[in-house]
Design a protein around this ligand. Structure first.
Ligand code: FES
Length: 379
Protein backbone atom coordinates (compact mmCIF):
# COMPACT_ATOMS: atom_id res chain seq x y z
CA UNK A 1 0.00 0.00 0.00
CA UNK A 2 1.45 3.42 -0.95
CA UNK A 3 0.99 6.16 1.60
CA UNK A 4 2.42 9.06 -0.39
CA UNK A 5 4.74 10.04 2.51
CA UNK A 6 8.44 10.48 1.76
CA UNK A 7 10.49 7.43 2.63
CA UNK A 8 11.70 7.44 6.19
CA UNK A 9 9.23 9.95 7.49
CA UNK A 10 7.79 7.18 9.67
CA UNK A 11 4.37 6.53 11.02
CA UNK A 12 4.48 9.28 13.59
CA UNK A 13 8.10 8.48 14.57
CA UNK A 14 10.47 11.46 14.42
CA UNK A 15 14.15 11.17 13.60
CA UNK A 16 16.29 11.05 16.73
CA UNK A 17 19.14 13.52 17.16
CA UNK A 18 22.67 12.31 16.43
CA UNK A 19 23.64 11.97 20.11
CA UNK A 20 20.45 9.99 20.79
CA UNK A 21 21.36 7.72 17.90
CA UNK A 22 24.81 7.07 19.36
CA UNK A 23 23.33 6.10 22.74
CA UNK A 24 20.84 3.60 21.34
CA UNK A 25 21.42 -0.12 21.69
CA UNK A 26 21.33 -2.42 18.70
CA UNK A 27 17.85 -3.65 19.56
CA UNK A 28 16.62 -0.07 19.85
CA UNK A 29 18.20 0.83 16.51
CA UNK A 30 16.62 -2.21 14.89
CA UNK A 31 13.22 -1.30 16.33
CA UNK A 32 13.68 2.30 15.20
CA UNK A 33 14.52 1.06 11.72
CA UNK A 34 11.25 -0.86 11.63
CA UNK A 35 9.28 2.16 12.81
CA UNK A 36 10.99 4.49 10.33
CA UNK A 37 10.14 2.08 7.55
CA UNK A 38 6.56 1.89 8.69
CA UNK A 39 7.01 -1.78 9.47
CA UNK A 40 4.58 -3.18 11.94
CA UNK A 41 5.62 -6.51 13.48
CA UNK A 42 2.34 -8.32 13.92
CA UNK A 43 3.75 -11.55 15.23
CA UNK A 44 7.24 -12.76 16.19
CA UNK A 45 7.94 -16.06 17.90
CA UNK A 46 11.29 -17.73 18.37
CA UNK A 47 11.45 -21.37 17.35
CA UNK A 48 13.28 -22.30 20.57
CA UNK A 49 12.47 -19.72 23.26
CA UNK A 50 14.21 -21.86 25.88
CA UNK A 51 17.83 -22.46 24.86
CA UNK A 52 19.45 -25.87 25.24
CA UNK A 53 16.42 -28.14 24.89
CA UNK A 54 16.83 -31.58 23.31
CA UNK A 55 14.67 -30.54 20.37
CA UNK A 56 16.91 -27.56 19.73
CA UNK A 57 20.05 -29.69 19.86
CA UNK A 58 18.52 -32.21 17.51
CA UNK A 59 17.65 -29.48 15.03
CA UNK A 60 21.16 -28.10 15.32
CA UNK A 61 22.68 -31.52 14.64
CA UNK A 62 20.49 -31.99 11.56
CA UNK A 63 21.64 -28.69 10.06
CA UNK A 64 25.27 -29.37 10.93
CA UNK A 65 25.06 -32.85 9.38
CA UNK A 66 24.07 -31.39 6.03
CA UNK A 67 26.88 -28.85 6.20
CA UNK A 68 29.34 -31.64 7.06
CA UNK A 69 28.07 -33.80 4.19
CA UNK A 70 28.53 -30.82 1.88
CA UNK A 71 32.06 -30.28 3.21
CA UNK A 72 32.96 -33.96 2.73
CA UNK A 73 31.55 -33.99 -0.76
CA UNK A 74 33.42 -30.77 -1.59
CA UNK A 75 36.61 -32.34 -0.28
CA UNK A 76 35.98 -35.49 -2.34
CA UNK A 77 35.43 -33.31 -5.41
CA UNK A 78 38.78 -31.57 -4.89
CA UNK A 79 40.62 -34.87 -4.40
CA UNK A 80 38.93 -36.51 -7.41
CA UNK A 81 39.47 -33.46 -9.60
CA UNK A 82 43.19 -33.50 -8.87
CA UNK A 83 43.99 -37.17 -8.39
CA UNK A 84 41.47 -39.28 -10.36
CA UNK A 85 43.01 -40.64 -13.61
CA UNK A 86 41.57 -38.44 -16.34
CA UNK A 87 43.94 -39.16 -19.26
CA UNK A 88 42.19 -41.05 -22.06
CA UNK A 89 42.43 -44.85 -21.74
CA UNK A 90 40.98 -46.91 -24.61
CA UNK A 91 38.38 -49.62 -23.88
CA UNK A 92 41.02 -52.27 -24.61
CA UNK A 93 43.47 -51.16 -21.94
CA UNK A 94 43.53 -51.70 -18.18
CA UNK A 95 42.37 -48.62 -16.34
CA UNK A 96 39.57 -47.79 -18.78
CA UNK A 97 36.87 -48.23 -16.12
CA UNK A 98 38.55 -45.81 -13.74
CA UNK A 99 39.04 -43.30 -16.56
CA UNK A 100 35.42 -43.60 -17.67
CA UNK A 101 34.26 -42.88 -14.11
CA UNK A 102 36.15 -39.58 -13.93
CA UNK A 103 33.31 -37.37 -15.18
CA UNK A 104 30.55 -39.13 -13.16
CA UNK A 105 32.66 -38.93 -9.99
CA UNK A 106 33.50 -35.23 -10.21
CA UNK A 107 29.94 -34.50 -11.36
CA UNK A 108 28.37 -36.37 -8.46
CA UNK A 109 30.67 -34.99 -5.76
CA UNK A 110 30.29 -31.42 -7.00
CA UNK A 111 26.53 -31.76 -7.41
CA UNK A 112 26.07 -33.33 -3.99
CA UNK A 113 28.20 -30.60 -2.34
CA UNK A 114 25.88 -27.95 -3.83
CA UNK A 115 22.75 -29.92 -2.96
CA UNK A 116 23.80 -30.56 0.65
CA UNK A 117 24.83 -26.92 1.09
CA UNK A 118 21.43 -25.81 -0.18
CA UNK A 119 19.57 -28.25 2.06
CA UNK A 120 21.65 -27.11 5.06
CA UNK A 121 20.85 -23.43 4.48
CA UNK A 122 17.16 -24.09 3.89
CA UNK A 123 16.81 -26.31 6.95
CA UNK A 124 18.62 -23.72 9.09
CA UNK A 125 16.16 -21.07 7.95
CA UNK A 126 13.19 -23.34 8.55
CA UNK A 127 14.35 -24.59 11.94
CA UNK A 128 15.84 -21.49 13.55
CA UNK A 129 14.52 -18.32 11.95
CA UNK A 130 11.72 -16.91 14.09
CA UNK A 131 8.15 -17.05 12.84
CA UNK A 132 7.41 -13.45 11.99
CA UNK A 133 4.62 -11.61 10.27
CA UNK A 134 5.30 -7.95 9.49
CA UNK A 135 3.41 -5.38 7.46
CA UNK A 136 5.29 -2.61 5.69
CA UNK A 137 3.88 0.44 3.93
CA UNK A 138 5.39 1.22 0.55
CA UNK A 139 7.42 4.44 0.20
CA UNK A 140 8.60 6.60 -2.69
CA UNK A 141 12.09 7.98 -3.24
CA UNK A 142 15.47 7.01 -1.78
CA UNK A 143 16.18 6.21 1.90
CA UNK A 144 17.58 8.99 4.06
CA UNK A 145 20.76 8.86 6.19
CA UNK A 146 19.06 7.58 9.35
CA UNK A 147 17.30 4.83 7.46
CA UNK A 148 20.53 3.72 5.83
CA UNK A 149 22.29 3.59 9.19
CA UNK A 150 19.56 1.80 11.06
CA UNK A 151 19.03 -0.81 8.40
CA UNK A 152 22.50 -2.21 9.16
CA UNK A 153 21.54 -2.56 12.80
CA UNK A 154 18.32 -4.18 11.69
CA UNK A 155 20.19 -6.76 9.65
CA UNK A 156 22.56 -7.53 12.54
CA UNK A 157 19.58 -7.85 14.83
CA UNK A 158 17.90 -10.19 12.37
CA UNK A 159 21.05 -12.29 12.40
CA UNK A 160 20.96 -12.36 16.17
CA UNK A 161 17.34 -13.40 16.12
CA UNK A 162 18.32 -16.49 14.18
CA UNK A 163 20.54 -17.40 17.16
CA UNK A 164 23.48 -18.11 14.86
CA UNK A 165 25.84 -16.38 17.31
CA UNK A 166 25.67 -19.19 19.84
CA UNK A 167 25.57 -22.11 17.43
CA UNK A 168 29.22 -22.92 17.03
CA UNK A 169 28.60 -26.41 15.59
CA UNK A 170 26.58 -24.97 12.72
CA UNK A 171 29.01 -22.09 12.24
CA UNK A 172 32.01 -24.42 12.03
CA UNK A 173 30.35 -26.96 9.71
CA UNK A 174 28.94 -24.18 7.51
CA UNK A 175 32.37 -22.57 7.33
CA UNK A 176 33.94 -25.90 6.34
CA UNK A 177 31.28 -26.57 3.70
CA UNK A 178 31.43 -23.09 2.19
CA UNK A 179 35.23 -22.99 2.40
CA UNK A 180 35.78 -26.37 0.71
CA UNK A 181 33.14 -25.59 -1.87
CA UNK A 182 34.88 -22.28 -2.63
CA UNK A 183 38.28 -23.97 -2.85
CA UNK A 184 36.80 -26.58 -5.21
CA UNK A 185 35.38 -23.86 -7.43
CA UNK A 186 38.72 -22.04 -7.41
CA UNK A 187 40.62 -25.18 -8.38
CA UNK A 188 38.14 -25.97 -11.15
CA UNK A 189 38.55 -22.43 -12.48
CA UNK A 190 42.35 -22.35 -12.32
CA UNK A 191 43.09 -25.96 -13.36
CA UNK A 192 42.58 -25.44 -17.11
CA UNK A 193 45.17 -22.65 -17.00
CA UNK A 194 47.83 -24.91 -15.51
CA UNK A 195 48.19 -27.12 -18.58
CA UNK A 196 50.18 -25.45 -21.34
CA UNK A 197 48.53 -26.01 -24.74
CA UNK A 198 51.58 -24.50 -26.46
CA UNK A 199 54.00 -27.07 -25.04
CA UNK A 200 55.68 -28.58 -28.06
CA UNK A 201 56.09 -25.36 -30.03
CA UNK A 202 55.19 -25.82 -33.69
CA UNK A 203 54.19 -29.40 -32.99
CA UNK A 204 51.76 -28.40 -30.22
CA UNK A 205 48.33 -30.06 -30.40
CA UNK A 206 46.64 -26.85 -31.52
CA UNK A 207 48.81 -26.56 -34.63
CA UNK A 208 48.85 -30.14 -35.96
CA UNK A 209 46.22 -32.80 -36.67
CA UNK A 210 46.38 -36.56 -37.28
CA UNK A 211 46.54 -35.72 -41.02
CA UNK A 212 50.20 -34.78 -40.57
CA UNK A 213 52.46 -37.29 -42.37
CA UNK A 214 54.98 -38.83 -39.96
CA UNK A 215 58.27 -40.36 -41.21
CA UNK A 216 57.11 -39.93 -44.79
CA UNK A 217 54.28 -42.46 -44.40
CA UNK A 218 51.32 -42.03 -46.76
CA UNK A 219 48.12 -40.76 -45.12
CA UNK A 220 45.05 -42.16 -46.90
CA UNK A 221 41.49 -40.87 -46.82
CA UNK A 222 39.14 -43.56 -45.50
CA UNK A 223 35.50 -43.78 -44.53
CA UNK A 224 34.05 -45.19 -41.34
CA UNK A 225 32.16 -48.39 -42.16
CA UNK A 226 31.01 -48.78 -38.59
CA UNK A 227 33.32 -51.77 -38.06
CA UNK A 228 36.49 -50.90 -36.24
CA UNK A 229 39.42 -52.42 -38.08
CA UNK A 230 37.68 -52.51 -41.44
CA UNK A 231 39.62 -50.12 -43.66
CA UNK A 232 37.74 -48.54 -46.56
CA UNK A 233 40.09 -46.31 -48.52
CA UNK A 234 38.53 -44.13 -51.18
CA UNK A 235 39.05 -43.91 -54.92
CA UNK A 236 37.67 -41.11 -57.09
CA UNK A 237 35.24 -43.53 -58.77
CA UNK A 238 33.65 -44.32 -55.39
CA UNK A 239 31.84 -40.98 -55.39
CA UNK A 240 29.09 -39.72 -57.65
CA UNK A 241 29.14 -36.09 -58.89
CA UNK A 242 27.43 -33.78 -56.36
CA UNK A 243 28.08 -36.09 -53.39
CA UNK A 244 29.92 -35.80 -50.11
CA UNK A 245 31.33 -38.20 -47.57
CA UNK A 246 33.11 -37.89 -44.27
CA UNK A 247 36.66 -39.21 -44.25
CA UNK A 248 39.36 -39.86 -41.66
CA UNK A 249 43.14 -40.34 -41.88
CA UNK A 250 44.64 -43.81 -42.18
CA UNK A 251 48.22 -45.08 -42.28
CA UNK A 252 49.25 -48.64 -43.08
CA UNK A 253 51.19 -48.77 -39.81
CA UNK A 254 47.85 -48.42 -38.00
CA UNK A 255 46.28 -51.46 -39.62
CA UNK A 256 45.20 -53.84 -36.84
CA UNK A 257 46.00 -51.27 -34.15
CA UNK A 258 42.56 -50.69 -32.68
CA UNK A 259 43.58 -47.84 -30.47
CA UNK A 260 45.29 -45.91 -33.26
CA UNK A 261 42.31 -46.47 -35.56
CA UNK A 262 39.91 -45.37 -32.85
CA UNK A 263 41.99 -42.27 -32.16
CA UNK A 264 42.02 -41.35 -35.86
CA UNK A 265 38.23 -41.50 -35.92
CA UNK A 266 37.57 -39.83 -32.58
CA UNK A 267 40.12 -37.01 -32.51
CA UNK A 268 38.19 -33.76 -32.69
CA UNK A 269 40.22 -32.30 -35.55
CA UNK A 270 40.25 -35.23 -37.98
CA UNK A 271 36.81 -35.34 -39.68
CA UNK A 272 36.99 -34.02 -43.23
CA UNK A 273 34.27 -33.59 -45.83
CA UNK A 274 35.33 -34.94 -49.20
CA UNK A 275 33.09 -33.28 -51.79
CA UNK A 276 32.81 -34.10 -55.45
CA UNK A 277 31.43 -31.14 -57.35
CA UNK A 278 29.45 -31.60 -60.51
CA UNK A 279 31.59 -31.43 -63.66
CA UNK A 280 31.90 -27.90 -65.06
CA UNK A 281 31.09 -26.17 -61.75
CA UNK A 282 32.65 -22.71 -61.60
CA UNK A 283 35.12 -22.53 -58.70
CA UNK A 284 37.02 -19.70 -57.02
CA UNK A 285 40.17 -20.95 -55.34
CA UNK A 286 41.90 -19.43 -52.37
CA UNK A 287 45.17 -17.69 -53.22
CA UNK A 288 48.06 -20.01 -52.41
CA UNK A 289 45.77 -23.07 -52.33
CA UNK A 290 45.11 -23.43 -56.05
CA UNK A 291 46.36 -27.03 -56.13
CA UNK A 292 44.77 -28.30 -52.92
CA UNK A 293 41.95 -30.04 -54.82
CA UNK A 294 42.06 -33.07 -57.09
CA UNK A 295 39.93 -32.29 -60.14
CA UNK A 296 36.36 -31.86 -58.91
CA UNK A 297 37.21 -33.27 -55.47
CA UNK A 298 37.66 -30.87 -52.56
CA UNK A 299 38.41 -31.76 -48.93
CA UNK A 300 37.40 -29.33 -46.19
CA UNK A 301 37.64 -29.66 -42.43
CA UNK A 302 34.28 -30.64 -41.02
CA UNK A 303 34.84 -28.62 -37.84
CA UNK A 304 32.89 -25.37 -37.97
CA UNK A 305 35.07 -22.28 -37.58
CA UNK A 306 32.41 -20.68 -35.39
CA UNK A 307 32.20 -22.91 -32.31
CA UNK A 308 33.40 -26.29 -33.56
CA UNK A 309 30.22 -28.18 -34.41
CA UNK A 310 30.39 -30.69 -37.27
CA UNK A 311 29.25 -28.98 -40.49
CA UNK A 312 27.67 -32.16 -41.72
CA UNK A 313 25.20 -30.91 -44.31
CA UNK A 314 26.17 -30.50 -47.96
CA UNK A 315 23.54 -29.10 -50.27
CA UNK A 316 24.50 -30.19 -53.78
CA UNK A 317 22.01 -27.88 -55.57
CA UNK A 318 23.82 -24.68 -54.58
CA UNK A 319 27.07 -26.18 -53.19
CA UNK A 320 26.50 -24.86 -49.69
CA UNK A 321 27.87 -26.51 -46.57
CA UNK A 322 25.59 -25.94 -43.59
CA UNK A 323 26.39 -26.01 -39.90
CA UNK A 324 23.30 -27.11 -37.96
CA UNK A 325 24.36 -25.46 -34.70
CA UNK A 326 23.98 -21.75 -35.53
CA UNK A 327 23.19 -21.96 -39.23
CA UNK A 328 26.52 -20.83 -40.64
CA UNK A 329 26.78 -21.52 -44.37
CA UNK A 330 29.97 -22.01 -46.37
CA UNK A 331 30.35 -22.03 -50.14
CA UNK A 332 32.11 -25.17 -51.36
CA UNK A 333 32.80 -23.54 -54.72
CA UNK A 334 34.62 -20.64 -53.07
CA UNK A 335 37.19 -22.33 -50.77
CA UNK A 336 34.41 -22.93 -48.19
CA UNK A 337 34.24 -19.28 -47.24
CA UNK A 338 31.38 -18.31 -44.91
CA UNK A 339 28.46 -16.61 -46.65
CA UNK A 340 25.87 -16.63 -43.86
CA UNK A 341 25.73 -16.96 -40.07
CA UNK A 342 28.22 -16.28 -37.28
CA UNK A 343 31.29 -18.09 -38.70
CA UNK A 344 33.93 -15.66 -39.96
CA UNK A 345 36.64 -17.90 -41.40
CA UNK A 346 36.57 -20.41 -44.26
CA UNK A 347 36.72 -24.09 -43.38
CA UNK A 348 40.40 -25.10 -43.69
CA UNK A 349 41.10 -27.06 -46.87
CA UNK A 350 43.09 -30.30 -46.81
CA UNK A 351 45.51 -30.67 -49.75
CA UNK A 352 44.72 -33.97 -51.48
CA UNK A 353 45.74 -36.00 -54.51
CA UNK A 354 45.46 -39.57 -55.80
CA UNK A 355 48.46 -41.87 -55.45
CA UNK A 356 49.83 -44.55 -57.80
CA UNK A 357 47.43 -47.12 -56.35
CA UNK A 358 44.48 -44.90 -57.24
CA UNK A 359 43.53 -43.91 -53.65
CA UNK A 360 42.99 -40.46 -52.27
CA UNK A 361 45.84 -39.36 -50.00
CA UNK A 362 46.64 -36.19 -48.05
CA UNK A 363 49.56 -34.23 -49.47
CA UNK A 364 50.21 -32.60 -46.10
CA UNK A 365 48.45 -31.56 -42.92
CA UNK A 366 46.14 -28.54 -42.96
CA UNK A 367 48.18 -25.39 -43.36
CA UNK A 368 46.11 -23.52 -40.77
CA UNK A 369 44.60 -24.40 -37.40
CA UNK A 370 41.34 -26.33 -37.51
CA UNK A 371 38.23 -25.33 -35.59
CA UNK A 372 37.06 -22.20 -33.80
CA UNK A 373 39.24 -19.17 -33.30
CA UNK A 374 41.49 -19.00 -30.24
CA UNK A 375 44.03 -16.58 -28.87
CA UNK A 376 47.36 -16.47 -30.68
CA UNK A 377 45.93 -18.07 -33.81
CA UNK A 378 48.23 -17.54 -36.75
CA UNK A 379 46.77 -16.12 -39.95
S1 FES B 1 29.22 -23.89 -34.51
FE1 FES B 1 28.73 -23.76 -36.59
S2 FES B 1 27.55 -22.01 -36.73
FE2 FES B 1 28.07 -22.10 -34.66
Amino acid sequence: MTTGRPHGSGGGTGHPAEHELEDMSQEQLARLASELDDVEVVHNTRKFPVPGTRAEKRAERTVATWFILSALSGLAFIVAFIAWPHEYVSPFEPGHTLYSLYTPVIGFTFGFAVLALGIAVISYVKKFFPDEVSVQQRHDGPSDEVARKTVVAQLVQAGKDTTIGRRSMIKRSAGAAAGLFGIGLGIAAIAPLVRNPWKGGDQAALWVTPWRPVNGETVYLRTDTGVLGEIARIRPEDMAPGSMQTVFPFRESERGDKEALLHAQRASDTPVMLIRLRPGTQVVKRPGQEDFNYGDYYAFSKICTHLGCPTSLYQAQDNRILCPCHQSQFLATEYAKPIFGPATRPLPQLPITVNDEGYFVARSDFIEAVGPAFWERRP
